[in-house]
Design a protein around this ligand. Structure first.
Ligand SMILES: N[C@@H](CCC(=O)N[C@@H](CS)C(=O)NCC(=O)O)C(=O)O
Length: 205
């Protein structure tokens, strides 16, 4: 049994999507942002979600690592292309781009006080975060031109990761107005029963 530390609307969304794609048994442990339970830092030193306790009792953090591990553990589940396959390099590339370029940019916006010691600097940090986030989004949107999915010819966890990030954009209408390829992928995913079911708890739309 896997145990996923998560909360609605968080990066736990993509980890839970991978668990569901895998068909793996799991339980959710809800973590309150303002007051994570004492001892949580032993599992997740930054006190962040998602964190995943594996069936052998070890716990890992980092959304991309969780997705990759589940893909490797359940290679036939459609989470992503198998190691060594033709589409694997693109899969790794996009998962890394989404988790290491776009995700931190969003966190810089929502936790802006961590990026400046200047009490007047919060708004500039937020504005700069949006500019950087938009730069990353434009790159992804361009890459999706003429394609149904980010990687190869089928949906992977990378597309679901992208959907999650799109719903975090603080200017709600911006993805719809500016990144038509991303919106097209998101709309297709929203019709996917697995994604729609997840949204009942996460309430992105
Ligand atoms: N690099 C981590 C980032 C995780 C992260 O920032 N999680 C957010 C929720 S979406 C969080 O728990 N933030 C609480 C905090 O940083 O105090 C990952 O990819 O999983």
């Amino acid at each position: 049994m896997y145990k996923l530390y998560s909360r609605a609307g968080s990066g736990g969304f993509v980890a839970e999507a991978a668990l569901r794609m895998a068909g793996a048994p799991y339980e959710i442990v809800p973590i309150d942002k303002a007051s994570p339970p004492s001892g949580f830092e032993k599992l997740s030193p930054l006190r962040q979600v998602p964190a995943l306790t594996l069936p052998d009792g070890r716990t890992i953090t980092e959304s991309a690592a969780i997705c990759l591990l589940l893909q490797e553990t359940f290679p036939a589940a459609g989470i992503g292309p198998e190691a060594g396959s033709h589409d694997r390099p693109e899969f790794l590339r996009w998962l890394a781009f989404l988790s290491s370029m776009l995700y931190p940019t969003m966190m810089r916006y929502f936790f802006c006080e961590r990026s400046t010691t200047d009490p007047d600097g919060l708004e500039p940090v937020k504005q700069a975060a949006i500019v950087e986030f938009d730069r990353g989004f434009s790159i992804v949107d361009h890459a999706l031109t003429g394609r149904d999915w980010l990687v190869g010819g089928q949906r992977s966890i990378a597309d679901i990761y992208l959907l999650m990030l799109a719903y975090w954009h603080p200017v709600a209408d911006k993805p719809r107005d500016e990144w038509t390829n991303i919106v097209r992928v998101c709309e297709a995913l929203k019709r996917d029963p697995l994604v729609a079911k997840l949204n009942e708890a996460h309430r992105f739309w």
